[in-house]
Ligand binder design. Structure first.
Ligand SMILES: Nc1nc2c(ncn2[C@@H]2O[C@H](COP(=O)(O)OP(=O)(O)OP(=O)(O)O)[C@@H](O)[C@H]2O)c(=O)[nH]1
Ligand SMILES: [Mg+2]
Length: 455
């Protein structure tokens, strides 16, 4: 679905951020680098960065006066907010006076992208001072989600998050229809957002939620149908290589892309070559720092897949210097949705990008982790083996007599469990199987109290 007001390709962006006290230089730079990647994913070309160290965001415009002028210089704006009186909060501005350089920048930015969330008033003031559209991090992420959403469920989720994001910003934004950069602000859900008052937005959200519930009802049923099969969920930061691993393990054609948030839908496929019983692998939406709260909430159901998994593979891009904090974010969100008990393994991916020294250091730091490259078939085979061993370890061996009248049960059992031995007796077939506990419970129910004996 193309967005009517989507930014034209190669819109020029200037990144702006405040480095608050307590945020280290490398953390601050890492966050801006990530914002630049988010912008690239949207098709923006980043032409510069304007940053300032402060104790807190300046109430009206987040920056001090001098910085605001510097920012406006990049966009061709006035740097002034009419009717705005500078308060005492600017005392901590770095002591510098901005002097207009003689030379104009060779190119002007048509959109300002902030690495923080701002209030509607701050947004309006910054737009006035710069004369161009101002997006915050949440706005950028929402726009990416909106473009990458494929399934009806993902589209509904994004639409709800977008409306929730827009509602408080409606009254404050004065740019309205004549936005220049043309980002997320102007439209949503097929209607012009500023034409909707808040009540209508609330009604629309309620309507969309109902549609979403209906879809989810069907999913719960499907999930229940396959609940006996052991399931592995691939979870992790965006771009870690979850979909690549999914492809490698299942031979499926899920989308792999060097983009942030390439995957928004959960896909479930069987591990290949197929095992008995089948092991299911699910690919999930990626995480990012400072993910807008509404978005986390709306993607909760997508993550239910992770909640129902028997094993979580925390996938990280070990070649990214920030992977430790990225792993923390993933762990925090999963803990928030309640997936704390599920067994987990750490996958350190993109090994091919690491030096021998890096590899040795990582092995020492994470002795329990599985270090691999999704591009190396040997590594993928080794992981396949580890997954089998994991579930085998969980299985129990049982011998049971299945009456000939229950031939169907035997047929299903051969799919759900590994049959080690079969013997035909007078009353039925005596089989010895290795199976997960859930399958044995199912079997007992099927045989309605017929005796399941321990071997
Ligand atoms: N060098 C290298 N690149 C890899 C490896 N695995 C994945 N990639 C690349 O990393 C990028 C992201 O891969 P994806 O599999 O789409 O990542 P993802 O975790 O599914 O990302 P999202 O869907 O955005 O959350 C792609 O360009 C892949 O080709 C690897 O082992 N080595
Ligand atoms: Mg993916």
């Amino acid at each position: 679905m193309t967005h009517p007001s989507a930014p034209k390709k190669q819109s020029k962006a200037i990144l702006a951020s405040v480095q608050l006290t307590g945020v280290s230089d490398s953390e601050h730079k890492g966050s801006l680098d990530e914002l630049e990647r988010l912008c690239t994913t949207l098709g923006f070309q980043t032409i510069g960065r304007v940053t300032q160290k402060r104790k807190a965001l300046a109430t009206g415009t987040i920056f001090g006066e001098g910085k605001l002028k510097e920012l406006a210089h990049w966009t061709g704006g006035s740097g002034i907010v009419r009717g705005f009186r500078k308060g005492g909060e600017d005392e901590d501005e770095e002591s510098f006076v901005y002097e207009d350089p003689d030379e104009e920048p060779s190119e002007k930015a048509s959109v300002v992208v902030l690495d923080c969330e701002v209030t509607p008033t701050q947004l309006r003031n910054l737009e006035e001072a710069t004369g161009v559209e101002v997006l915050d991090r949440s706005g950028v992420i929402l726009e990416i989600f909106s473009r990458h959403a494929r399934s009806r469920e993902a589209r509904l989720q994004v639409e709800i998050a977008k409306l929730a994001y827009l509602a408080p910003r409606l009254r404050a934004s004065h740019v309205g229809g004549d936005r220049q950069g043309g980002g997320i602000g102007a439209k949503g859900a097929g209607e012009t957002a500023h034409e909707l008052d808040r009540r209508r937005i609330r009604d629309r959200i309620a309507e969309l939620r109902q549609q979403l519930d209906a879809i989810r009802h069907g999913q719960t049923t499907r999930r229940a149908q396959r609940r006996e099969a052991p399931c592995v969920a691939l979870v992790g930061y965006t771009n870690a290589g979850k979909s690549s691993l999914m492809r490698a393990l299942t031979g499926s054609e899920v989308l792999v892309a060097d983009k942030l948030f390439a995957t928004l839908d959960t896909t479930v496929r069987a591990l290949q070559p197929e095992t008995v019983p089948r092991i299911l692998i699910s690919d999930t939406v990626g995480f990012i720092k400072k993910l807008p709260h509404d978005l986390v909430a709306s993607f909760r159901s997508t993550l239910d897949e992770a909640l129902n998994a028997s094993l979580l593979l925390f996938t990280v891009d070990a070649s990214d210097p920030n992977f430790r904090s990225q792993l923390e974010v993933t762990q925090a969100v999963l803990a928030e949705i309640g997936a704390t008990e599920t067994p987990r393994r750490l996958i350190l991916n993109k090994k091919d990008r690491l030096s021998e020294d890096d590899i040795a250091a990582l092995q020492a730091e994470f002795p329990e982790a599985i270090l691999l490259s999704t591009r190396n078939p040997e590594d993928v085979r080794a992981l396949h083996e580890k997954l089998l061993n994991f579930f085998e370890g969980d299985m129990e061996e049982h011998t049971v007599l299945i009456p000939y009248a229950d031939g169907k049960v035997l047929g299903q059992l051969r799919i759900r469990a590994r049959v080690l031995h079969e013997e035909h007796e007078d009353e039925g077939t005596r089989v010895t199987v290795r199976a997960p506990a859930e399958v044995l419970v199912w079997l007992t129910q099927q045989l309605e109290g017929k005796k399941v004996q321990e071997d």
